[in-house]
Design a binder for this molecule. Structure first.
Ligand SMILES: [Zn+2]
Length: 301
């Protein structure tokens, strides 16, 4: 236990852990993101292990070390909220970026940045950090899945829940990734593409208030193969044209991949007997409900 959970990890301790193969640093080179040297103080909260829903798709070890928030990270939120009020800018992108900064500060694995993680890791990881910081036991307003028109439900009920026992879906080890799709309806010549799910560092076109579908496709397109009518192979310079001119039926295949993959990690559910409404079909029955992220905030800030 004491070897798995680091207390105030020093460079030596991290090295030791790496040698023991418990958690290794990422061998990939970071090009777009600058990795800050993470300050270590003997007063710093101890780091805990977090298993990534994306498994080893982005981080070879499939797990990272994180600590709870400190006054610094709480300050980042307060500053963001103050800025949003002052600028009358309630853009969710601004708030989501401050979550990234907070998560990045809390990650204590050497050479791992929040921007390297899969987008599906973000919510579960952030909830884990909130749990470490404010306690895993929380009272939250959970909403019944009932039908408002038929049972007069969709009501919310206060429940004590444990943020450490949520229903997180992990990517299976044998999952086909990158996803290979044959574009059968788009062109007169065969084109095969390889898709990846966006990392947190690539989230901008996906969380923007004005979504940009072309940028979304280009972010996800990792490779394309095929032979053009003139006998030349498809290269990176054709990627944009491929994305622009894709047939709707082929686009649907991409959307299906996004939808399927989004089932992992990203939305965090709990299974519970949520509803106490006597008229509702769900009364006292276990149902799968979404964890309301916003109310965790309301609880703690
Ligand atoms: Zn109900």
């Amino acid at each position: 236990m004491s070897e798995k959970i680091l207390r105030n990890p020093t460079q030596e301790e991290l090295k030791l852990i790496k040698e023991k193969n418990i958690i290794k640093s990422t061998p990939k080179k970071k090009e777009n993101t600058e990795i800050k040297s993470k300050p270590t103080s003997i007063f710093e909260p101890k780091a805990e292990e977090f298993i990534l829903p994306s498994g080893n798709l982005e981080i070879p070890e499939g797990k990272i070390l994180v600590r709870r928030m400190t006054t610094i990270e709480e300050g980042i939120f307060q500053e963001t909220v103050a800025e949003m009020v002052k600028e009358k800018n309630l853009s969710s992108a601004l708030f989501l970026e401050s979550i990234n900064k907070v998560i990045d500060n809390c990650i204590k694995s050497s050479d791992v940045s929040v921007y390297d993680l899969s987008l599906i890791d973000k919510s579960p990881l952030f909830i884990f950090i909130l749990g470490l910081t404010y306690g895993f036991e929380q009272t939250l307003e959970l909403q019944c899945n009932g039908n408002e028109k038929i049972e007069g439900c969709k009501k919310t009920f206060a429940h004590k829940i444990n943020l450490g026992k949520l229903d997180i879906k992990y990517v299976p080890e044998d999952y086909e990734y990158p996803k290979i799709i044959s574009l059968e309806d788009s062109f007169d010549f065969p084109v095969k593409i390889e898709l990846v799910y966006p990392k947190i560092g690539d989230e901008a076109p996906f969380i923007s208030d004005t979504p940009d579908v072309l940028s979304q496709f280009l972010t996800m397109l990792k490779n394309a193969e095929g032979t053009l009518p003139d006998g030349n192979p498809i290269t990176e310079e054709h990627y944009e044209d491929i994305c622009i001119n894709m047939h709707p039926d082929d686009k649907d295949k991409i959307k299906k991949f996004i939808n399927d993959f989004s089932e992992f990690g990203s939305n965090v559910y709990i299974k519970k007997k949520v509803c106490k409404n006597p008229k509702c079909v769900w009364k006292e029955k276990r149902q799968k409900v979404l964890i309301p992220m916003e109310s965790i905030f309301l609880n703690v800030f």
